[in-house]
Design a protein around this ligand. Structure first.
Ligand SMILES: Nc1ncnc2c1ncn2[C@@H]1O[C@H](COP(=O)(O)OP(=O)(O)O)[C@@H](O)[C@H]1O
Ligand SMILES: [Mg+2]
Length: 382
């Protein structure tokens, strides 16, 4: 069904002896919405620029439709880019901004310059304005458009010469939250309507989960995990991915046997298997997978140290033997109360130890930060 369109094969990028991309292998399927997700500086834009042809990898190969394209310049690739700064022409109206690329004469097989007929330019621009929901705005100056409308013009302009792939580097970063959510849906709809491949860059995990067919989680120039949003959320590969995608309690554990994991010296039933007997592991427990129960029924007992009302639920910080967990619940347990908790077998996710072990997943700093903030506010008011 799916077909490989782009492949990065052992791509490494070095700037001034800094390894910015470290041996990246990545397959991008035709017509998929693939997102590069990771913290600032992890190498997302560099990866995108390599795909677009704006940068050559220090080593490794780039393939498009099975053909090596390392030295093919950007304008000869069936790939277009939408940048965060839309770079629209302020002196041209919406129609001419979109038409711009179509008006540049192309060189045909015989070396002659060929111009597109005006009617074709007109019909293609109008078709694109319809796709991005900007029909009726042809004559507007782009300076008289909202941020979201300008973004749509930039997308229409990038799509009008019918690329097979659209690269988008944090394109919604400049928009406010509400508009960003609307544009996420719009982009997804446009990608489906155009039946092309989108390679999307963001550091926003919610955005990645909402839009993507495939998410590529990156950190420090390396790919940490590739998978569907559900895979990435439910089966994080290591503590970095678990921490970066959603909220996670990450606890040191020991795999006692297939389906039996030990944390805090207690054994729990889980669904994970395939580890060595008594292998040290990282155990992820999502805040929404923890049930609060009467103390005597609890598998573990802890003390509530912080409660934040979040509208849909309470975020509760609970101290278990000095390790602080985040629990999301609709049952209020006040600060200072002792509670029992229960976790079903599918609430545990067991991961191999990695270079990220011990770095994430304890919520002590969460409540301290919170204390500092409320402290600070109090000081100002005095
Ligand atoms: N042209 C360049 N010269 C030197 N360093 C660069 C260059 N481009 C990017 N970098 C460095 O490479 C790393 C990854 O950058 P980038 O791919 O832009 O990350 P991201 O898009 O994930 O924030 C950063 O440390 C950045 O400073
Ligand atoms: Mg970037």
């Amino acid at each position: 069904m799916s077909k490989e369109l782009i492949r990065l094969d052992r791509c490494t990028m070095v700037f001034d002896e800094d390894v910015v991309l470290d041996n990246i292998n990545l397959n991008i399927q035709d017509k998929e919405f693939l997102t590069l997700l990771g913290p600032s500086g992890c190498g997302k834009s560099t990866t995108l620029r390599i795909i677009g042809g704006f940068q050559m990898p220090t080593s490794g190969d780039v393939f498009f439709d099975g053909v090596r394209i390392n030295s093919v310049p950007p304008y000869r690739r069936a790939i277009n880019t939408v940048f965060q700064k839309y770079a629209l022409f302020p002196h041209l109206n919406v129609f001419e901004n979109v038409a711009f690329g179509l008006r540049i004469p192309k060189t045909d097989a015989n070396g002659a310059k060929v111009k597109l007929p005006e009617e074709e330019i007109h019909s293609r621009v109008m078709e694109m304005l319809e796709v991005v929901n900007l029909k009726g705005f042809e004559k507007r100056r782009t300076t008289a458009l909202s941020g979201g409308q300008q973004q749509r013009v930039a997308i229409a302009r990038a799509l009008v010469n019918r690329p097979k792939v659209l690269l988008l580097d944090e394109p919604l970063g400049a928009l406010d939250l509400k508009l960003r959510k609307d544009m996420q849906k719009e982009l997804k709809r446009i990608q489906k309507a155009m039946e092309i491949t989108f390679v999307y860059v963001t550091h926003d995990q919610e955005e990645a989960l909402a839009m993507s067919d495939t998410i590529v989680v990156m950190d420090k120039g390396c790919i940490q995990q590739i998978g569907s949003p559900k895979d990435i959320y439910n089966e994080p590969q290591n503590a970095f991915v678990a921490d970066f995608i959603g909220e996670s309690n990450i606890i040191d554990g020991i795999m006692r046997a297939d389906g039996v994991v030990e944390i805090f010296n207690r054994r729990f039933q889980c669904l994970d298997s395939g580890f060595e007997k008594d292998e040290a592991v990282d155990v992820v427990i999502r805040p929404e997978d923890v049930d609060i129960v009467p103390l005597e029924q609890g598998q573990l007992k802890g003390t509530v140290t912080d409660v934040t009302f979040k509208g849909m639920q309470y975020d509760i910080i609970v101290d278990f033997y000095g390790f602080k967990w985040l629990i999301q619940t609709t049952d209020l347990a006040p600060v200072g109360s002792n509670i029992g908790i229960k976790i079903d077998p599918d609430g545990f996710h067991v991961m191999k130890k990695s270079r990220y072990s011990g770095m994430f997943g304890d919520y002590s700093s969460y409540s301290e930060e919170f204390d500092e903030i409320s402290q600070g506010v109090g000081d100002d008011e005095e």
